[in-house]
Design a protein around this ligand. Structure first.
Ligand SMILES: [Zn+2]
Length: 228
């Protein structure tokens, strides 16, 4: 993902030569927003996903079309640090946003979890450095309240995809960027290989051929992981 972003972004504000560090410095919501926009200018607004039913007795493939213009976008506010008093223990927690550096550290974890994703956003608890132990000792009530607060102040683009299996009715819930149909090899390659790129007002390189009518049907493949 970082390489795709670095290859495709030609300007970040006044910065004409964004480096990998600049890309990692971006907040996660901005990073995902850019990725969605890149997917749109490369292959069109619509993405067709093939969602396999999680019910092991069913496993039916459900085809779902998502229009990326319809995704809900929440701008970040001015603040970069937040204070929150846990409702149970009354301890005071300070936390920030997820950015590319933190995403990278999370991706390197053997067993990433919601807890580790929360822990990485913590600045301190009652003034002390947060630890895995502190997180594990937190009551379910406090943890749940903190998670809600982190979600409440977060910005970005909501890429949740939800549907019900056409065959058995089981609820299927996933994220757009986690699906092979979104991160197709064609998409991952567009930004760095195709000639004839031009600037758009967004500062993103745009492939002229993307104006062709109708989005191509894309399939995930071995290269699919390239953009995450
Ligand atoms: Zn099913």
């Amino acid at each position: 993902m970082n390489q795709v972003l670095k290859n495709c972004i030609v300007r970040l504000g006044e910065n004409e030569e964004p480096s990998i560090k600049d890309v990692l410095d971006l907040l996660s919501g901005d990073r995902l927003f850019i990725l969605v926009k890149l997917r749109q200018v490369s292959l069109g607004d619509e993405v067709e996903l093939e969602l396999v039913c999680p019910n092991t007795a069913c496993r039916a493939a459900n085809v779902v079309t998502v229009n990326m213009e319809d995704l809900e976008i929440t701008p970040y506010g001015e603040d970069r640090e937040f204070s929150f008093v846990l409702p149970g223990s009354k301890r005071k927690v300070r936390f920030g946003y997820l950015d590319g550096h933190k995403e990278k550290r999370l991706a390197a974890l053997k067993e990433p979890s919601i807890s580790s994703a929360m822990l990485i956003r913590l600045i301190d608890i009652d003034g002390s450095t947060p630890s895995k132990k502190l997180m594990n000792e937190m009551s379910l009530r406090d943890r749940s309240a903190l998670r809600q607060e982190m979600l409440r102040v977060d910005g970005g683009v909501d890429t949740t995809v939800e549907t019900e299996c056409e065959v058995c009715g089981t609820r299927i819930r996933t994220r757009l960027e986690a699906e092979p149909g979104f991160c197709s090899p064609e998409f991952a390659c567009k930004g760095r290989l195709l000639p004839g790129l031009r600037r758009t007002p967004l500062g993103i390189r745009r492939d002229e051929s993307a104006a062709a009518p109708g989005p191509p049907r894309v399939r995930g493949g071995p290269g699919a992981a390239a953009c995450i």
